[in-house]
Design a protein around this ligand. Structure first.
Ligand SMILES: Cc1cc2nc3c(=O)[nH]c(=O)nc-3n(C[C@H](O)[C@H](O)[C@H](O)COP(=O)(O)OP(=O)(O)OC[C@H]3O[C@@H](n4cnc5c(N)ncnc54)[C@H](O)[C@@H]3O)c2cc1C
Length: 429
């Protein structure tokens, strides 16, 4: 028997057990240390800065300039600039995971970040895979160095206005915006609708057709038009259902002169990229992968009574809620699995099997993001769709994903069905 006097039992310290969202890849996913650091940086900015501002940009349909200042300060505007030019040299998969992380916190910022970062991704690692003459390759290297320096040294922002309201953005017809040869450069005339970053970008990466007899889609040019060039104007209202912070108004180009050096790819190379490097059109999907995760995270917090500034009412004990959450998780994991698999298959001339999976991934991410948001609202209930909470914005933003050309949900189905049943060049005649 112990002679020591019994000391009082130490008080049991209970750690608060609150939901901690996992990284966008899920816990334990194999990442390089650079990838992990970039994803963590994007998450830190998103959580501590972007998330709290998202409601205001959405309400005002205004551009998230403060978020871009943060992205610039953190060095993320140069995410896809090659290391040799002072950037992070992110490859396709790294870009996708970082962009999806931003999408968890502010969809509109992630969507416009896509336009900016992919301008460098396309003229960098993607263009390196494409066939060019030695002369074109040398010129391209010289020109892209100019664009990279603008991003790295001046923090410039690039946009990608392609859409014209015709069949061009779907890849079915030449662009109506024309580039006419002039002394030392080109004169651009045309109009682009839904130009995200209008009024915010320093350069608009415009797809246009070289103005010559018999010009077709092979004659597409990809040219950076300085936002302050004489002849550039912005018009139209911007009051859409979702993705309001993208400020995607109409751009007009009236006799806008641009120097030769503004080409982001040599003439004809964009057409080659679009045919041979199809994953380039999946770069909008990460935004919606992030939104899907955000809707799930919100639902868990809401049902656990852990949403900040809300009464801590728990709703998790109802079996119907548990089943709904399980259903959301199944959709989320299916979406994530396909997303993570496909972003690592990006390459030139992918086999047909990978191309079909790519369409399936784009379709799945865009449609499931909206479906997960729909389930989230149904499950959380009426209070969850008030504008004081982020869920109704996620729901509206997610609706826009499957409308984005060239790979809308409909066009992905069209392509998948046709290409599954027909080999290249095959007809029924
Ligand atoms: C928030 C937001 C931001 C955007 N930002 C940009 C941007 O920065 N840059 C940019 O270039 N665009 C941008 N877009 C535009 C987007 O990519 C599409 O071009 C636009 O949504 C097309 O709208 P539409 O009504 O003109 O489509 P339409 O061309 O009228 O097509 C309507 C639907 O018909 C189907 N369809 C279209 N063509 C074909 C065809 N040939 N065969 C079969 N079916 C077809 C598609 O499913 C499509 O959804 C943005 C759009 C949104 C909503």
């Amino acid at each position: 028997m112990s002679t020591e006097s019994a000391s009082p039992a130490p008080a049991v310290r209970r750690e608060p057990r609150t939901y901690t969202p996992p990284p966008i890849t899920g816990e334990g996913y194999p990442l390089s240390s650079e990838q992990a650091a970039l994803i963590a940086l994007a998450d830190e900015l998103g959580r501590t800065r972007f998330a709290a501002r998202a409601e205001r940009y959405d309400r005002e349909a205004s551009f998230p300039f403060e978020n871009y200042a943060d992205l610039r300060d953190a060095g993320l505007l140069r995410l896809c600039v090659p290391k040799a030019h002072g950037g992070h040299g992110a490859d396709f998969a790294t870009y996708c995971m970082v962009a999806a992380t931003i999408g968890r916190h502010c969809g509109a910022t992630a969507l416009t970040f896509n336009m900016h970062a992919c301008s460098q991704l396309w003229s960098g690692p993607l263009a390196d895979d494409l066939t060019m003459s030695d002369e074109d390759r040398a010129l391209h290297h010289e020109r892209r160095a100019l664009h990279y320096a603008r991003v790295v040294e001046q923090g410039s922002i690039y946009a990608q206005p392609f859409s014209e309201g015709s069949a061009a953005a779907a890849g079915k017809a030449p662009f109506g915006t024309l580039a006419t040869r002039a002394e030392g450069g080109w004169v651009i005339n045309g109009r682009k609708i839904f130009a995200s970053l209008s009024g915010a970008a320093n350069f608009y990466g415009v797809l246009c057709t070289e103005d010559k007899v018999g010009a077709g889609m092979r004659d597409t040019m990809y040219v950076a038009v300085p936002a302050d060039a004489p002849g550039v104007s912005i018009s139209g209202e911007w009051d859409p259902l979702g993705m309001r912070g993208t400020v995607s108004r109409t751009l007009q180009f009236k006799d806008v002169y641009v120097a030769d050096a503004e080409q982001l790819m040599p003439g004809g190379v964009y057409f080659q990229a679009a045919s041979r490097w199809p994953h380039m059109f999946m770069t909008l999907a990460p935004t919606y992968m992030g939104i899907a995760q955000a809707a799930y995270d919100f639902t868990i917090r809401y049902l656990r009574g852990e949403v900040p500034d809300m009464p801590p009412v728990k709703r998790r004990m109802y079996p119907t809620k548990q089943i709904a959450v399980a259903e959301m998780r199944v959709k989320l994991e299916q979406t994530r699995a396909l997303f993570l698999h496909t972003i690592h298959e990006a390459r030139i001339d992918p086999p047909k099997d990978a191309r079909l999976r790519l369409y399936a991934t784009q379709y799945t991410v865009m449609e499931n993001a909206n479906d997960i948001c729909r389930l989230a609202i149904r499950t959380c209930g009426g209070q969850s769709m008030l504008k004081t909470l982020p869920l109704e914005r996620l729901y509206r933003d997610s609706r826009c994903g499957s409308l984005m050309l060239p790979w809308t949900a409909e066009l992905c189905l069209d392509r998948m069905g046709r290409e599954a049943l027909y080999e290249s060049g095959e007809t029924d005649e």
